[in-house]
Write a protein that binds this ligand. Structure first.
Ligand SMILES: Nc1nc2c(ncn2[C@@H]2O[C@H](COP(=O)(O)OP(=O)(O)O)[C@@H](O)[C@H]2O)c(=O)[nH]1
Ligand SMILES: [Mg+2]
Length: 374
């Protein structure tokens, strides 16, 4: 597959259900692929490990997930500063701005490419951490190269200060700088970085779920508004055409139309497991739990003539209904406007029940999704 095609494919995968898409970028040879292997507890050559080498070896974009967290995806980007990937084209070549979050991996001295990446992120209001890899090498070579070697902490402080001084004007705080060595992930800042990334991914997912929930509630509210307009027309239709007397309500109604409408209203708010954001990422146990939750919380609208009468009797029109029935018994006349009012009352009452229920189920689904995040 041509690399362009792969990138377009990547674009589709990127928008996936609130997964934090982390682009691992930086100069070629900095340790990007090695970082991805380290965070996934893999060594070069192990099945599924990213390719790493002293020569440029990552030209296509690949994604990697870690076992303990499905809400984070690492994208191993080609290194910046090679013959193929130069600053002027890099943003487009790798769709840089599509990602949610960035790790700029550097090694040895901070380069112009590192600074350019930080500046690009800052200009586009993208969040990133700067990760200085290979610090173990710095510590070892100190002993070989100096007559009076500095302590390990002194070396680390020097590296960190150098990064901070050069990056702070691009919005980087000291905490956003991580000193790591990919071959000793139990040392230096590796675990702090791992923990922070997992926290960030969780926060990102929560924000995504919240926005999905709010969005759905807006849609539910809007749908109710549209359906209220529809009800006005249908109520007239059901009172005027092929209506039959319903003595309990003192009205004459087209029951078939009312039943058809009841079904229609129910369908407009139906929430299924499939319609829930990220449902294809749920394991079978969670899917079944969600299914059960939706069923347990859904109201059962009785789609029958008796159901219609019950809903009408349940409204504040009760007293007038009794009055109408009494009047009708005396005059044996049914007024069209009364029938229309009853039909409209019934449909609005039903819509209210279905709407309230949809709001409740939406809230329950959101709670469930937040619960299973932990
Ligand atoms: N000692 C040490 N070597 C590293 C580290 N990270 C990467 N390397 C080596 O640096 C070279 C380039 O690494 P790679 O992960 O392929 O860099 P990339 O081009 O940024 O993906 C390889 O030979 C790695 O073994 C590290 O943290 N410590
Ligand atoms: Mg690589």
């Amino acid at each position: 597959m041509a690399s362009n095609e792969k990138q377009i494919k990547a674009r589709g995968i990127l928008s996936k259900h609130g997964c934090l898409n982390v682009a691992v970028t930086g100069k070629s040879g900095a340790g990007k692929s090695s970082f991805i292997n380290a965070i996934r507890d893999l060594k070069l050559g192990q099945q599924g490990a990213a390719n790493t080498d002293v020569k440029e070896c990552t030209k296509d974009i690949q994604s990697y997930q870690i076992q303990e967290n499905s809400h984070i995806v690492f994208w191993d980007l080609p290194g910046l500063g090679t013959e193929t990937f130069k600053q002027e084209n890099y943003t487009d070549q790798v769709n840089l701005l599509e990602y949610d979050f960035f790790l700029i991996i550097g090694s040895e001295r901070l380069t112009e490419n590192d600074i350019w990446l930080a500046k690009t992120m800052q200009n586009h209001k993208k969040k990133f951490y700067f990760v200085r890899a290979k610090v173990h090498i710095d510590i070892i070579t100190e002993v070989w190269s100096r007559l009076n070697p500095r302590s390990k902490d002194q070396i680390l402080t020097t590296i960190k200060n150098d990064c901070y001084v050069n990056l702070r004007q691009h919005g980087v705080s000291e905490d956003d700088i991580y000193l790591i060595d990919n071959f000793t992930p139990e040392q230096y800042d590796f675990n702090r970085l791992r923990t922070k990334l997992l926290e960030d991914a969780l926060q990102f997912k929560k924000t995504y779920l919240t926005s999905e929930y709010v969005q759905k509630e807006i849609i539910i509210r809007h749908r109710k508004k549209v359906l209220l307009e529809r009800i006005k027309k249908v109520a007239m239709e059901t009172a005027a055409t092929s209506s039959k007397p319903v003595p309990e309500l003192g009205a004459s109604l087209n029951i078939a139309v009312l039943l058809r409408e009841t079904k229609y209203l129910t369908e407009q708010f139906e929430l299924t497991v499939e319609s829930v954001a990220g449902s294809e990422d749920l394991n079978s146990l969670h899917s079944a739990e969600l299914q059960e939750l939706i069923e347990r919380n859904s109201v059962d609208i009785v789609c029958s003539e008796k159901g219609i009468i019950d809903v009408c009797k349940d409204t504040e029109l009760c007293e007038i209904i009794d009055l109408q029935c009494a009047m009708q018994q005396r005059t044996s006349e049914v007024s069209d406007s009364w029938s229309c009012r009853i039909a409209s009352k019934y449909l609005k009452g039903t819509l209210d029940i279905i709407y309230e229920n949809a709001v409740k189920v939406n809230k329950e689904i959101f709670r469930f999704q937040c619960k299973i995040l932990y």
